[in-house]
Design a protein. Structure first.
Length: 204
């Protein structure tokens, strides 16, 4: 659900869209919120061992300003996720609370500035600039990218849960197998490396 806070007016919307016609020269504050069960688009095709908590909300609080045809936004996103540890294979909770900044130019303005980007020097701020078409901006791709950048690509348990991770790891491997692996200094996460043939001297 979206609550627009502006001169006492409240508008509700659940589509994570920004209507440029809402701007009247002043900055607007938006509170986008949806249950995790309706935010699957955050992780679609991400190929990560991560899932969003369905019973808790995903929230994006943003302050937006329209300057000419360029939209400047900043704020933060919050949500509860679970990831599978690559070592012990247990699911662990992760509470996301990160600041975000977006700059969106109209497509004609963006193309005028960046279409010959091979001939110009891009600074760090330029790398965060996107473009939009039309009068309604779908914020979901921007929010999805911001969330994915904060989620672990190769997740493991935090240091505070190291003992629990060790216990679960031992249960996954089994006592007898674990003793043999430790005796041979082998970590099962790297076992596939043992199958690489290094004696072919580079011959194909």
């Amino acid at each position: 659900m979206l609550h627009e806070k502006h001169t006492g007016f409240t508008m509700t919307n659940s589509t994570f869209e920004l209507d440029l016609l809402s701007f009247h020269g002043e900055a607007l504050e938006f509170d986008f919120e949806t249950p995790g069960s309706s935010a699957k688009w955050l992780l679609d095709d991400a190929n990560l061992s991560v899932k969003i908590e369905e019973d808790e909300p995903f929230n994006a609080k943003l302050r937006a300003q329209l300057v000419g045809t360029t939209v400047h936004m900043d704020g933060f996103v919050t949500g509860t996720f679970h990831y599978k540890c690559g070592r012990c294979l247990q699911w662990r909770r992760m509470d996301l609370d990160e600041s975000v900044t977006f700059v969106l130019m109209s497509r004609p303005s963006w193309e005028e500035r960046y279409e010959n980007e091979d001939e110009i020097v891009l600074n760090e701020e330029d790398l965060d600039v996107s473009y939009y078409d039309g009068e309604v901006i779908d914020l979901r791709p921007l929010l999805r990218e911001a969330v994915l950048l904060e989620l672990p690509t190769f997740p493991v348990c935090p240091e505070s849960a190291s003992e629990l991770c060790d216990e679960a790891y031992e249960k996954v491997v089994g006592d007898e197998a674990l003793e043999e692996l430790e005796a041979n200094s082998i970590d099962i996460r790297w076992s596939k490396l043992q199958e690489i043939d290094l004696d072919n001297d580079g011959d194909s």
